[in-house]
Ligand binder design. Structure first.
Ligand code: NAD
Ligand code: DAU
Length: 380
C-alpha cells in the first residue's frame, strides 16, 4: 500500500508515545506509523495491544543512539516526518545515573537529527514537506517562585498576568521566551537536546518544531512516577513517600490532551517555532495526593480518607524544583488547541483505569511485560 505520509514516532512504547501512536494510527489510516523504540524498562508494547495489528502500524526495536540504524530506517521507510519522544524521563533516575541521560537524550537526539539531515538532503525535494518535531518538557525553564502568601489554599482566582481564572501559586509562568535554566541532570539533558534541534534549523534549514509540556498523567504511565506509584501503593496499602513537605507545585495535563496537541502542532505548527503545552492546572503535591487517596478509597469501596495515614514524609529530592507553571496561550490562540478534560474528570478516569487494569500494573511491577516483545515480535 502507498501511504500518503510515513512518520517515525520514537519512544512509542512509552507512556506519552503510546497515546500519540494510538491517535495517529486510528486517525490517519493513510499514514504509515513506524514506532521506533529500544524497549528500555519504560517501554511496554502491551500499551499498544489494541492497534498492533493495524495495517498502517509497524514496530522497529532500535536504539536512537545507533546512527547507522537510524539512517537505515529513514531510507527503508522513506520517512518524511519524525515525532521524537524517546528519552530517559525520570528525574530521580537522572540524579543517580546522569550518564545514561546525556547518552540517550543528547546523543540519541543528535543521532536522529543527523540521520534525518543526511537522508532528506539526499532527496531531490530536500526538506520540502518534511518535519522534525521534538517533544520536550517545561523543566528546561527551571523553577518558578511561589509568590502567593503562606496559607492561601489552592487559589482559583483570576491571575493578572494571564487574565484567566485558574489555580496558580504565583504570578509568573513559563512562556516560550523564558530563558533556559535547568537544574536536574534530566532537565539539563533535555535542554541540551532542544538546543541541538534548534541548531539544526538555524544551521542546515531543517524544518524543526519544539514543544515544552507540563506534567502528564493518565493510563499507561510507568509506576515510578507520582500518580501511578501512589495509586498502586494505596491499593496495596503501602507507604506513600512524599518528598520534603509535599509543597512543591506541578502543572498537570491529561496525557490524551498532550497527544491531541502534538497532532495539532505536527500538522499546523509553524517551522522553527516553540509552543508551550499545559492546561493551567497547578497543584501542590500534597493536595493531589489527598485527591488520589480519596478517589482510590471511594472506588474500592473503602471509607473515603481511610488511607490518608499511608502518607509518609521522606527526605526531599535533591535540587527539587519548587513550582512549574505553563502559559499555553500561544498554542491556544494560534492553533486553537485547548484541553478537553477538567482535572477532576481526568483523575477519576485515571484512577479507574489503574484499578481496572490490575494485570497491566502487575506485569509492569513484576517485570513480565519485558517478555511481550519476545512473544509477539522476535523471529517475525
Ligand atoms: P517514558 O519514560 O514513559 O517513555 C520513554 C520511551 O522511550 C520508552 O518507551 C523507552 O523504551 C524509549 N526509549 C528510551 N531510550 C531509548 C533509546 N535510546 N532508543 C529508543 N527508544 C528509547 O517517557 P514519557 O513520560 O512518555 O515521556 C516521553 C517524552 O515526553 C520524553 O521526551 C519526555 O522528556 C517528554 N515529556 C514527558 C512529560 C511527562 O510528564 N511524562 C512531560 C513533558 C515532556
Ligand atoms: O514537568 C514535566 C516533567 O514531569 C517531565 O518532563 C518528566 O519526564 C516527568 O517525569 C515529570 O517530572 P516530575 O519530577 O515532576 O514527576 P514525578 O512524578 O517524578 O514527581 C512529581 C512530583 O511528586 C515531584 O514534585 C516529586 C514528587 N514525588 C514524586 C515521587 C515519585 C514525591 O513526592 N514522591 C514520589 O515518590
Amino acid at each position: 500500500m502507498d501511504f500518503r505520509r510515513r512518520i517515525i514516532i520514537t519512544g512509542g512504547a512509552g507512556f506519552i508515545g503510546s497515546h500519540v501512536v494510538r491517535l495517529f494510527v486510528n486517525k490517519y489510516p493513510d499514514y504509515q506509523i513506524i514506532n521506533l523504540d529500544k524497549l528500555t524498562y519504560a517501554g511496554n508494547l502491551a500499551n499498544l495491544k489494541d492497534i498492533e495489528s493495524a495495517p498502517n502500524y509497524v514496530f522497529e526495536k532500535a536504539d536512537i543512539c545507533d546512527f547507522d540504524k537510524m539512517l537505515e530506517l529513514f531510507r527503508k521507510y522513506n520517512v518524511d516526518g519524525i515525532i521524537h519522544l524517546a528519552a530517559e524521563s525520570h528525574v530521580d533516575r537522572s540524579i543517580k545515573d546522569p550518564f545514561t541521560f546525556a547518552q540517550t537524550n543528547v546523543m540519541g537526539t543528535l543521532s536522529l537529527l543527523q540521520a534525518a539531515k543526511l537522508y532528506w538532503e539526499s532527496l531531490p525535494e530536500k526538506y520540502e514537506g518534511k518535519r522534525f518535531y521534538h517533544i520536550s518538557t517545561d523543566e528546561v525553564y527551571g523553577a518558578l517562585e511561589m509568590t502567593h502568601p503562606e496559607g492561601v489554599e489552592a487559589p482559583f482566582t483570576t491571575v493578572a498576568s494571564t487574565g484567566k481564572n485558574h489555580c496558580a501559586y504565583g504570578e509568573e509562568f513559563f512562556v516560550e521566551t523564558t530563558k533556559y535554566n535547568p537544574h536536574s541532570p534530566y532537565s539539563a539533558s533535555k535542554a541540551s537536546s532542544d538546543h541541538f534541534v534548534r541548531a539544526f534549523h538555524d544551521t542546515y534549514g531543517m524544518p524543526t518544531i519544539v514543544t515544552n509540556c507540563s506534567n502528564n498523567y493518565g493510563p499507561y504511565q510507568f509506576p515510578e512516577k507520582l500518580i501511578p506509584l501512589f495509586i498502586n501503593n494505596i491499593r496495596h496499602r503501602k507507604p506513600l513517600p512524599v518528598y520534603g513537605k509535599g509543597e512543591n507545585v506541578r502543572d498537570w495535563l491529561y496525557v490524551v490532551d498532550h497527544a491531541r496537541a502534538i497532532d495539532t502542532i505536527f500538522h499546523n505548527g509553524k517551522v522553527a517555532e516553540t509552543y508551550n503545552i499545559g492546561g493551567f492546572n497547578e497543584w501542590k503535591n500534597i493536595d493531589i495526593i489527598k485527591v488520589v487517596i480519596n478517589t482510590v478509597d471511594r472506588l474500592l469501596g473503602r471509607k473515603e480518607g481511610e488511607d490518608l495515614d499511608l502518607i509518609t514524609y521522606v527526605t526531599d529530592r535533591l535540587g527539587h524544583d519548587a513550582r512549574y507553571a505553563i502559559d499555553s496561550r500561544k498554542l491556544q490562540a494560534e492553533l486553537g488547541w485547548e484541553p478537553s478534560l477538567q482535572f477532576e474528570e481526568g483523575i477519576e478516569k485515571t484512577v479507574r483505569w489503574y484499578l481496572d487494569n490490575e494485570e497491566w500494573l502487575e506485569n509492569v511491577t513484576s517485570g513480565d511485560y519485558q517478555k511481550y516483545y519476545d512473544n509477539m515480535y522476535k523471529g517475525r
